[in-house]
Design a protein around this ligand. Structure first.
Ligand code: HSE
Length: 408
């Protein structure tokens, strides 16, 4: 018999319980042994559930029960999740988590403890919801030097942007819908301002490139400044706006990494990743581009990945799995100048001069949409070094300027 415990009975935790307890026979069949959820840790009361008798409020009951070999952490946040997970690993229990904030901040440290104690610390659900990405990257693509990762990694923002594009829905209304569907974080700012996506690209880059990338090292911009007008201009130019996460290796051993709203051409496969779906393009020297796609958020898709990790742990109680990376360091992320193209929305009281200057500075051949009534002009630049484009923007002398990168 394998005993497990679940810490947290929120959106994901209740999904995990639903599969582990509701589909017990299926899970048993997979591990070829009996498996039971012995405890569910949550400070709230859940009296009407068929498994109400499993709820406890004291973490030490789990920690001190030597029969519990696998602990699922789905509480979210760093505190107290970090202390609980660390204590479980140190006690020789394997831990499965969906907590991207925890893994992005403390992954290297926790993996090291797991290695020392010869137990597993698995977190497939922390990136891309139901999408298998960490295992495939670490195992199936093990023969590659992975040098680039590009992805749409936040279901909430992708859902919002898609609603704005397809249904002309206002930002706030779309966010409310995402919350109702259980996609958004408890504090939706984590989604909207790109923090959640940042944590996920940190985990992917750490695993893919072998050294911890910390969220504070990644330049992160969310979607709170995107308006329906931007969406419409982008559409007219043949693009959709997506929150793109990116990480790539430089020749000198450093990496580039960022999260930012980006115009993606309608010809690019990432443009058709809609709603709550996520997609990750991993590029390696032997495999070239490999794409992973699926539901990136939501109770059951995320629980699916958590329970798969539990099954994996149960099947390998005495064998270590494959995930590892080393501690990171200052200066490891070094975003240098880049070749890029920009979407620019400029406004000026002196509208005619703005139009003339734009042509003079950016060339006659650029794609432009002019709107005399609002004194604004939207255009797409050619591809140049970012520093060169920044210099050109300074020369425009507009009253207000908004820029967004284009995925090239
Ligand atoms: N809030 C997250 C998202 C949940 O929208 O992608 C899944 O990690």
């Amino acid at each position: 018999m394998v005993y497990t415990a679940i810490m947290g009975h929120g959106t994901v935790g209740s999904g995990v319980a639903q599969i582990m307890i509701g589909h017990e026979s299926l899970v048993k069949e997979k591990i070829k042994d009996d498996i039971e959820v012995k405890y569910i840790l949550d400070l709230r009361d859940f009296e009407r559930l068929p498994y109400s008798d499993k709820f406890i409020k004291d973490f030490n009951i789990i920690l001190n029960d030597d029969d519990v070999k696998i602990v699922v952490e789905v509480m979210g946040g760093i505190n107290p999740a970090f202390d609980f997970v660390k204590a479980c690993l140190e006690k020789g229990k394997s831990v499965v988590t969906s907590n991207k904030e925890l893994v992005a901040a403390k992954g290297a440290e926790l993996l090291k403890i797991a290695e020392e104690k010869n137990v597993n610390f698995l977190f497939e659900a922390s990136v891309g919801g139901a999408i298998p990405i960490l295992r495939p990257m670490a195992q199936c693509l093990a023969a590659n030097d992975i040098y680039k990762i590009t992805g749409i990694l936040n279901g909430t923002t992708n859902f919002i942007l898609n609603k704005m594009i397809v249904d002309n829905t206002d930002f706030d209304v779309a966010l409310k819908l995402a919350q109702e569907k259980g996609y958004a974080e408890r504090n939706p700012e984590s989604d909207i301002e790109g923090l959640d996506a940042c944590r996920k690209i940190c985990i992917l880059a750490s695993l893919g490139f072998g050294k911890h990338v910390y969220p504070s090292q990644v330049k992160t911009e969310g979607i709170s400044n995107i308006t329906l007008k931007d969406v419409e201009y982008a559409d007219n130019f043949g693009y959709v706006i997506k929150l793109i996460c990116y990480a790539s290796k430089n020749k000198n051993g450093t990496i580039n990494a960022y999260v930012r709203p980006t115009l993606v051409s309608k010809d690019n496969i990432l443009s058709s990743v809609n709603g709550v779906y996520n997609a990750i393009m991993v590029t390696g020297d032997a495999c070239d581009n490999v794409m992973f796609y699926g539901r990136g958020a939501g109770k059951m898709p995320t629980a699916s990945a958590v329970v798969a990790d539990v099954i994996d742990c149960a099947k390998h109680l005495t064998a270590r799995k494959f995930l590892s990376w080393s501690e990171g360091n200052d200066g490891y992320v070094e975003n240098g100048d880049e070749k890029t193209a920009l979407y620019i929305l400029a406004k000026s009281e002196n509208y005619d001069k703005l139009c003339l200057d734009t042509e003079k500075i950016f060339g006659k051949d650029i794609a432009v949409i002019k709107n005399k009534y609002s004194n604004e002009i939207a255009f797409i630049t050619g591809t140049e070094l970012n520093s060169v484009l920044e210099e050109k923007i300074k020369q425009l002398n507009a009253d207000s300027i908004k820029c967004m990168h284009i995925l090239i």
